[in-house]
Design a protein around this ligand. Structure first.
Ligand SMILES: C[S@@+](CC[C@H](N)C(=O)[O-])C[C@H]1O[C@@H](n2cnc3c(N)ncnc32)[C@H](O)[C@@H]1O
Length: 219
């Protein structure tokens, strides 16, 4: 998925997202946000906030900043902010792969159904690690490639179709962990058979630094 086509695909999705996929993701998003323990003065970053399906579940404290590539998706998010009077929330257009924020800015970073949409999932996680404070929570909700070899093959086979719809189906969590150096605190699924998983990470800056220096040495 390249960002230029993602923008166009999600501008179209914005017309029906809330009535379709948006309905399916709510329970998962609500539960995942509860794992962030947001405090009174905390700053939360929601990467690829889309139409703002998450906005109903943030507590009315702290400040939430949402970014997204698609103007159409952001228009829907702004509508919710206006209608619900969410004065502690700001959204704007930005590329999550090159975030316009300084290092160690956020107390929590939420990445919901985005990691398999961006062109470079590794860079997305590295940007989250960079802008999150040391010890901050990074919570990822996504579909990851099955560890069952047969299902993994089916997912790989379906990937070209999924890419046309706006995401990829063959992203392996173990590969992501290996290539970013993140340390997963815990992960869970809502049901025993569930296509989506929530992964909770505590930002470990030294893991990012040592991972990057290993890569430089290897190069
Ligand atoms: C499947 S939607 C998920 C929206 C929302 N997070 C949710 O869970 O309902 C994926 C979103 O990621 C956004 N996106 C994709 N690539 C992005 C990037 N590089 N930077 C920012 N947003 C991106 C898309 O525009 C879209 O709104």
């Amino acid at each position: 998925m390249q960002e230029s086509s993602t923008k166009k695909i999600y501008d179209v999705h914005s017309l029906f997202y809330d009535a379709t996929f948006g309905r399916l993701v709510k329970r998962r998003i609500e539960r995942a946000i509860n794992h962030m323990n947001i405090g009174d003065s905390d700053l939360v970053l929601d990467l690829g906030i889309g139409t703002g399906a998450s906005l109903a579940f943030y507590p009315p404290r702290g400040h939430v900043i949402g970014v997204d590539l698609s103007a159409g998706m952001l228009r829907e998010a702004r509508k919710k902010i206006r209608e619900r009077g969410l004065t502690h929330t700001t959204v704007f257009q930005a590329n999550a792969l090159q975030l316009p924020f300084g290092d160690s800015t956020f107390d929590h970073v939420f990445i919901s159904h985005v990691i398999s949409v961006v062109s470079d999932p590794i860079q997305l996680v590295k940007e989250a690690q960079r802008v999150a404070k040391p010890g901050a929570r990074i919570v990822i909700v996504n579909h990851f490639q099955s560890t069952n070899r047969f299902l993994a093959l089916v997912e790989k086979w379906l990937c070209p179709l999924c890419t046309k719809l706006g995401w990829r189906s063959d992203l392996a969590l173990n590969d992501l962990i290996k290539r970013t150096g993140v340390e997963v605190d815990y992960r869970y699924k809502l049901e025993s058979i569930d296509l989506w998983e929530t992964v909770v990470i505590t930002n470990n800056k030294s893991a990012l630094a040592s991972h990057e220096s290993h890569q430089t040495i290897a190069a």
